[in-house]
Design a protein around this ligand. Structure first.
Ligand SMILES: [Zn+2]
Length: 213
């Protein structure tokens, strides 16, 4: 049984997630902590719950989702995992930070691992299905915990909204069709954990999301 904990961090109010199972093994998704205090809060939670972090997973590598990926990767001596179409975004992290005038506290490591959509991602006794959902970013993926019926969906679907598509590689029509194909086909009771803002469910967004009527 996978448990999930959310932390809202950095000036972009990004949601960082820890997923862990009964085995005590876990993953860190989109660690966007920007301050030492934010990093401490995540670390303390990991320590207090005796979680062994096995990997850092990116839904996509926009700067607000990976400010502390480099820090946690070296601290836990684990790899960062991305989709192959996300490499270009991953590699432009430092350039985009300086474009925004944001000092870089932790660079991203040069090396990373690439997801296999067929294999998904396993940790402890648990498994996450990985679905490819481009549109907000070209190499965006989501993580579906089938047994627990929740999805960590980054910046694709938000409560009553959808991700912006005006950033490099973004495409509005692609995002809408990806959401319909990969998210709206999940069970309607599935809880959707978003990269920003509150949780929602597939059923409620299918019925009421103004961008997808
Ligand atoms: Zn994003």
């Amino acid at each position: 049984m996978i448990q999930i904990q959310k932390f809202t961090v950095n000036p972009f109010q990004e949601n960082t997630y820890i997923l862990w199972d009964d085995n005590g093994e876990g993953v860190l998704i989109d660690p966007g902590c920007y301050t030492v205090e934010e990093e401490k809060e995540v670390l303390e939670f990991i320590k207090n719950n005796n979680i062994q972090i096995n990997a850092i997973l990116h839904t996509h590598s926009h700067l607000d989702h990976c400010f502390s990926s480099g820090y946690f990767a070296s601290l836990f001596k684990v790899n960062i995992w991305i989709h192959k179409d996300d490499i270009i975004t991953y590699n432009s992290f430092e350039k985009v930070c300086s474009m925004y005038g944001i000092p870089i506290r932790h660079s991203l490591p040069q090396s990373y691992k690439l997801y296999s959509l067929n294999d998904g991602f396993s940790f402890g006794n648990s498994h996450l299905e990985i679905r490819f959902v481009p549109g907000h970013a070209p190499g965006h993926v989501i993580f579906f915990a089938k047994e627990e019926q929740f999805v960590v969906n980054g910046d694709c679907l938000f409560y009553q909204s959808i991700g912006r598509t005006d950033l490099p590689g973004g495409n509005h029509a692609t995002l809408l069709s990806s959401i319909r194909k990969e998210l709206f086909t999940l069970p309607s009771s599935t809880v959707v954990y978003c990269g920003h803002g509150p949780e929602t469910t597939i059923g409620s967004e299918v019925n009421t999301n103004p961008f997808l009527r």
